[in-house]
Design a binder for this molecule. Structure first.
Ligand code: NAD
Length: 381
């Protein structure tokens, strides 16, 4: 290198040396600048707090975001196996079980006991490092311990990056009901390092794509078209493309959450496909994103049936989901399905708030009589 430098500068004289110094400076600082420019930050400001989502940030920079003297990490076995070596070394690690069956009050109790053992106090900062289950549970445990500890997330699944860790819903399942117990409380930060998705099981990755399709379908037609045009790159996990679609999806969610943090109105559109999805998930044990995919396909058909959406548009949505390798139909018993929907926590009296599409990028919420929904699903099945 020094020979190269000498020969270049000799040939170019003083002017050349100055140019070379600039080049040299640029070479060694470009990585730093690139990493700064490539990271996108979305700030979510709600009545109660400000939450920052860092997309394209590397997990290795986690320590930079931790100013508290005491930090406790909550994760699961799989994430710990892949990334535990890079966790901040001084922080105790609480491992929870994997899967919906561990998203329970019992798990929260175990966390409480460990926090007491670790002598956590109000200034202790909790970091959830994992997918949606870890984030939902960690955020809930942090929110109720000593009436609330500050917390942040490193989101390690696609679904969690674009949906679960953003928006401040934290909670657990209870009895037969999903997310029945919980709080609204924003994480201080969310780190979305898309490189971490490379260790994720492919099926889990595809399940996350369902929530991106949802975001596009309800709010951003251009994003929907982008997904249609880049299906292969997305399935091949091309970093820049994934960062773009994660960014766009978080932006959609953040705008909706800022307008309606506590789900009194507009936030309901984020539930597109979810009323039916929760029932599918519960009855068949498929992944959350897979259930959302089937729920969206069915909700689009219902939208067409109600005269709101063109049939071609509904088909376009189903086609995209299929291209991502997601399921769009189910053979779940209808009676069981209705029984579960009847107990959905979003039910109000005899009707249920159904999220429907009237075009790509635009969702509407309609209260639909439970009996009418039952009839329509009967016709569609
Ligand atoms: N709070 C919200 O607003 C919200 C929104 C959507 C979904 N959710 C919830 O999110 C949950 C689903 O989250 P999920 O899809 O992330 O599933 P998950 O949390 O179960 O994670 C999926 C699996 O991948 C493993 N894993 C995670 N990151 C990994 C990585 N980088 N490399 C290798 N393996 C990894 C985990 O151990 C787990 O077994 C559901 O309970 C759902 O209700 C919440």
């Amino acid at each position: 290198m020094s020979n190269f430098r000498t020969s270049v500068t000799k040939q170019m004289g003083l002017y050349g040396q100055t140019l070379y110094s600039y080049w040299h400076f640029f070479k060694f600082t470009k990585l730093f600048f690139l990493s700064c420019f490539m990271m996108n930050t979305i700030v979510i400001s709600t009545e109660s707090s400000v939450s920052k989502v860092f997309i394209g940030e590397t997990f290795n920079n986690l320590a930079k975001y931790l100013s508290a003297d005491k930090v406790v990490i909550i994760t699961d076995k799989e994430v710990n196996k892949h990334y535990g070596n890079s966790f901040p070394s001084s922080a105790p690690v609480i491992e929870i079980g994997r899967g919906e069956k561990h998203k329970t009050l019992e798990t929260v109790q175990t966390i409480m006991s460990r926090l007491i053992e670790e002598e956590a106090d109000r200034s202790t900062f909790v970091v959830g490092i994992g997918g949606g289950i870890v984030c939902d549970v960690a955020g809930f445990a942090a929110s109720i311990f000593m009436r609330g500890l500050p917390f942040g997330f490193v989101s390690t699944t696609l679904l969690s990056q674009v949906d679960a860790s953003v928006g401040g819903k934290n909670g657990v399942n209870y009895d037969r009901y999903k997310n029945m117990i919980g709080v609204f409380r924003q994480p201080e930060f969310v780190i979305c390092d898309v490189e971490m998705l490379k260790t994720l099981d492919k099926r889990e990755y595809r399940a996350g794509l369902a929530e991106i399709v949802k975001a596009a379908a309800i709010r951003n037609k251009k994003l929907f078209e982008y997904l249609e045009q880049h299906t292969n790159d997305i399935l091949d996990l091309k970093t820049d493309i994934i960062e773009k679609i994660v960014y766009e999806s978080v932006l959609i969610k953040s705008e909706v959450v800022e307008a309606d943090e506590k789900e009194k109105g507009e936030r309901r559109i984020l539930n597109f496909g979810h009323t039916l999805a929760h029932a599918f998930e519960k009855l068949s044990g498929i992944l959350h994103g897979e259930a959302v995919s089937i729920g969206m396909a069915l909700a689009a058909k219902l939208s067409t049936r109600m005269g709101l959406l063109e049939e071609d548009t509904s088909r376009r949505l189903t086609d995209l989901l299929k291209k991502f390798g997601l399921p769009v139909s189910t053979d779940i018993d209808k009676d069981q399905l209705f029984a579960v929907i009847k107990h959905d926590k979003k039910r109000e009296g005899d009707s249920i708030h159904l999220v429907l599409l009237n075009q790509l990028g635009n969702a509407i919420v309609e209260p639909v009589l439970y009996s009418k929904l039952q009839k329509m699903i009967n016709d569609l099945y």
